[in-house]
Design a protein around this ligand. Structure first.
Ligand code: AMP
Ligand code: MG
Length: 413
């Protein structure tokens, strides 16, 4: 049998993303619940933040011209706590003012109370020279009216929710959550909880992939339907795919995409739509399938992605390919993940012809340690590690070399 040519990740990913048109549906969610959602519309400010010039200190609002020498004595003519607004400040006057309160007309600076001395008969001595503008937060210095403060396609984090609230938005228009049908293939798989460890039949293993795939999809804002374990049979696989396609945007499977004869995914998807089986030039994670299932009733398609069965292969290919895909379905414009240059504290003497994603951990010296077993079945490597080294094809690594690191914390966020 001819070995198919390996496809590079840099060729595969753009081809994949070209298929990931943003889903049309949007929904309005409470700003409270929008963490992790993707904005479906630009957010434009209808007011200035802060709305008015205001004091950034507890102290006295003054006219700087009255305080050109230390020791000026002014009459405290009013008191302006935050939430109120004062009346004009005349020459020779000061206004007692508190952080956040608007600067009254006539005043052009604030003196902090530590630089003042309260005197009898409502007077205050200002013990410093006061420059114009001191301790004033300007109107609009955070947000100006009419500005686009958040762009469509932004994945919201807590800071963005606060900013949206600061311009008065209790609801945000976000992309609908992609609906993902997840199933596992393989007759050897047993669900944890169904069979106790001591009662596991020969040849059986627990279904671990489902657990991290489901969790990762949820983190990416997807609604996940768990279709369980589909038996290694053509008919059962076709039925599961056809049903799932009706009410989902993407069917994601793990296992069954190698070219073994127990792998039923390919013929099953092909009978309902189209499938490309890719041999990716990455390690772990060579086999990967992309295609679609036609929806007879709706005249459109449901995306299909098939991940390899080996747990670390499944994990890594998810992050490399499925993650950007489901983000793109939500309209996210920036889907790639940052690589940081770091120093390897290990040797990797055998170059591979595939681009490798080596599980590593940052050490106390600021370098990277390598997990000793890089086998695609050893999920412990992904738990021990806090990221991967993205190592180009054909590249060895010697202690002290600079390498490209991707942090799981960022990748899984
Ligand atoms: P496959 O891609 O179906 O040939 O599977 C490759 C390897 O991954 C085999 O050793 C499978 O038993 C294992 N595997 C497949 N699916 C899972 C899963 N959901 N959880 C854990 N291991 C799996
Ligand atoms: Mg299998």
């Amino acid at each position: 049998m001819n070995r198919p040519a390996l496809l590079s990740l840099d060729d595969a990913l753009p081809e994949l993303l070209a298929k990931a048109q943003a889903l049309p549906n949007m929904q309005s969610v409470s700003t409270f619940d929008a963490d992790g959602c993707v904005l479906a519309q630009d957010v434009i400010a209808a007011l200035q933040v802060p709305p008015k010039d205001n004091s950034s200190m507890d102290g006295y609002a003054v006219r700087a011209a009255d305080c050109v020498q230390a020791g000026a004595v002014l009459r405290v003519a009013q008191r302006i706590p935050a939430g109120t607004h004062g009346k004009p400040v005349n020459a020779g006057e000061a206004a007692r003012i508190f952080t956040g309160a608007p600067i009254p007309q006539g005043a052009d600076a604030v003196v902090m109370q530590e630089d003042c001395e309260a005197l009898a008969y409502d007077q205050v001595r200002v013990n410093k020279v006061v420059p114009v503008g001191q301790w004033i937060r300007r109107s609009g210095e955070d947000v100006t009216r009419g500005a686009t403060v958040l762009k469509r396609g932004t994945r919201l984090t807590p800071a963005e929710l606060g900013l949206a609230a600061s311009i008065g938005l209790a609801q945000l228009q976000v992309s609908a959550r992609p609906r993902i049908a997840l199933f596992s293939t393989g007759d050897e798989l047993v669900m944890p909880g169904d069979v106790a460890p001591e009662a596991m039949p020969a040849g059986a293993i627990y279904n671990s992939n489902l657990f991290f795939l489901r969790a990762m999809l949820r983190r990416l804002g997807c609604e996940v339907t768990d279709l369980g374990i589909v038996p290694d049979q053509r008919d059962a696989t076709v039925r599961a795919l056809r049903d799932a396609a009706l009410s989902h945007d993407l069917i994601l499977t793990s296992g069954g995409v190698s070219v073994g004869e127990e792998d039923h995914i390919k013929p099953a998807v092909e009978s309902l739509g189209e499938l490309k089986l890719w041999q990716l030039a990455i390690k772990p994670g060579k086999p990967f399938a992309y295609g679609h299932v036609n929806r007879q009733t709706q005249g459109d398609v449901c995306h299909f992605m098939g991940l390899p069965g080996n747990p670390v292969s499944s994990f890594v290919t998810f992050l490399l390919l499925v993650r950007p895909f489901v983000l793109a379905l939500q309209g996210v414009t920036q889907t790639d993940i940052a690589r940081t240059e770091m120093t390897a504290d290990f040797d990797w003497p055998r170059a591979d012809k595939r681009r490798e994603f080596l599980r590593v951990k940052r050490n106390a010296k600021g370098g990277l340690d390598l997990f000793p077993n890089q086998s695609s079945g050893v999920l412990t490597s992904a738990v021990w590690g806090d990221g991967v080294v993205d190592n180009p094809a054909g590249q060895t690594i010697s202690k002290g070399d600079r390498v490209r690191f991707i942090s799981f914390a960022e990748w899984l966020a």
